[in-house]
Design a protein around this ligand. Structure first.
Ligand code: ADP
Ligand code: LRH
Length: 487
């Protein structure tokens, strides 16, 4: 039996997960978990990247103590954030967190130089103010000039562990700098940023072996013998590999964590004008695929509600209190930029309801219910767009990630989409990461057989759509909320 370890770090938590194939089943075990969040320093939001590295090493030490002497290792994290390195491999600046407000208004300024349509035609990437392209556009040009290598966060973690620099492809596509024609960094976009191709590393497809841990690290920390495998380092790309889709039923996915990423796996990109106006993106997937999907504000809204609330509670409790609150009282336009990084999420939601003439949610359960119902309605819109844009009908929605634990949200989603929902596994990102390691080692044949194995290895909960009371009136109300003039 071969041992594999996935390092999976999302915006809210990180974990090391051990995986192995035993009698044709994928068996996983969480070795270590730690919290993750960005920190405000002098008005800016930053990740503590050295802390993340320390946590990875702490997890590997535990793995060795637990008897794992040899393994492969793959790393995925959230997308878009980058590390600037000088010639000696030292960081030039701390790592900005993508929710930092410095990119507010950056897209409009960038598109005075080159129209958004031209950039979408080149890259197929949705406009999000925090894409690496816009972040680099507002970055101190003096620092960019001194930069020898630009790595995204997981590329940097691979570098610190192996000494090798790569730009992994699935994550690199989220920079909005890759041209769909040749899959390379686009010279015109680099030129506008004042950057040179040589400041990036080699674009590397997931699925290859990168090499062992640096010997000095191994000795200093007493780590297992690790061979690093390049996995889809964008967490969402690993999550899509981890979708338990068996058979030929057309399926869509919702990767539900800090963000809700709803979309489909395509063989070719779809960078049409209508895809652009719906803000659908074409991120690269593993094994030559495209992730045609849309970012929806997601469970960040509930994470922040929990963080600022005076009541100490778990996500399960919040979901339970939402279940007990009266249905469809107030709704919020989740994708409004005001919810991207407000100081107080609960107050922001209440203000939105007040400004749009809706009842103001009072209790935590009412706030949570408002979030879950608004998310489910946004999923419904996104699924309609997805089917219209692709010309396909999807027979099932797979919900994976931590959000798949939320039974209320799963059922609301099935009801509003009018489609069956399969929920789970909640650790699809780590599972997808592990599956790519297993394929690279020849233990699994390909992604299709990996998904069949995943389907047979983890419990999946099925939700059948139920009729929604006063559906027509609800959808009319929702339309009014989305088009209300608010700040
Ligand atoms: P990320 O990888 O983006 O950090 P995860 O995939 O770990 O996110 O998902 C975290 C989210 O999962 C939480 O914000 C929470 O809303 C949800 N979640 C986790 N466990 C539960 C639970 N028991 N009940 C309801 N929701 C849950
Ligand atoms: C989810 C995610 C998402 C990106 C965002 C920055 O964790 O990677 O796919 O858009 O974070």
């Amino acid at each position: 039996m071969l041992n594999h370890i996935a390092v999976d770090i999302g915006a809210s938590s990180g974990r090391l997960v051990h995986g192995a194939l035993i009698a044709g089943q994928m068996v996983i075990r969480e070795l270590y978990r730690f919290d993750n969040r960005f920190h405000r320093v002098e008005g800016h939001d930053y990740w503590d990247i050295d802390h993340l590295l320390e946590e990875i090493l702490a997890g590997l030490v535990l793995a060795k103590r637990g008897g794992i002497g040899r393994c492969t290792l793959g790393i995925d994290t959230w997308a878009v954030d980058y590390v600037l390195l000088d010639r000696t491999g030292k960081r030039i600046h701390e790592v900005y967190a993508y929710r930092d407000s410095r990119t507010n208004g950056a897209p409009d300024n960038f598109h005075r130089v080159i129209p958004r349509e031209a950039v979408y035609r080149k890259t197929g990437i949705q406009e999000l103010s925090f894409n690496t392209l816009y972040q680099l556009f507002v970055h101190d040009p003096e620092q960019l000039k001194r930069t020898d290598a630009i790595l995204l966060v997981p590329d940097y973690l691979y570098f610190r562990l192996t000494g090798r620099q790569i730009n992994e492809l699935t994550n690199a596509s989220t920079t909005q700098l890759l041209n769909l024609q040749d899959g390379e960094f686009d010279p015109e976009l680099l030129g506008i940023l004042g950057l040179d191709r040589a400041q990036f590393a080699e674009l590397t497809e997931p699925g290859i072996k990168l090499g062992p841990l640096l010997p000095e690290l191994k000795e200093a920390y007493d780590l297992p013998e690790c061979e690093l495998v390049v996995v889809p380092t964008h967490d969402t790309a690993s999550a899509v590999v981890g979708v338990p889709a068996a058979g030929d039923r057309p399926w869509a996915y919702l990767s539900s964590g800090t963000w809700s990423l709803l979309g489909a796996e395509l063989a070719e990109p779809l960078n049409t004008g209508s895809a652009m106006s719906c803000n659908y993106t074409n991120e690269r997937g593993a094994y030559g695929t495209f992730r045609f999907l849309k970012n929806i504000m997601g469970l960040w809204m509930i994470q922040e509600t929990r963080r600022v609330s005076a009541i100490d509670c778990s996500f399960a409790e919040l979901a339970q209190w939402a279940e007990e609150a009266p249905p469809f009282q107030s709704l919020v336009a989740c994708n409004h930029p005001r919810f991207l990084n407000p100081a107080d999420m609960i107050e922001e939601i209440r203000s939105f309801c007040r400004e749009t003439g809706q009842p103001v949610p009072a209790t935590l359960g009412e706030v949570a219910r408002c979030i879950f119902e608004s998310l489910a309605l946004t999923y419904r819109d996104a699924m309609e767009e997805l089917e219209r844009l692709t010309g396909r009908t999807f027979e099932v929605l797979h919900i994976v990630g931590g959000g798949s634990h939320n039974g209320l949200l799963n059922q609301l989603t099935a009801d509003l989409l009018g489609k069956p929902v399969c929920a789970g596994p909640s650790e699809s990102t780590a599972i997808g990461n592990l599956a790519v390691q297993m394929i690279a080692c020849g233990c699994l044949y390909d992604v299709r057989s990996a998904r069949e194995t995943i389907d047979g290895s983890f419990p999946i909960t099925r939700y059948t759509p139920r009729p929604v009371e006063n559906r027509k009136q609800l959808l009319e109300r929702w339309e009014r909320v989305k088009t209300s003039p608010v700040f």
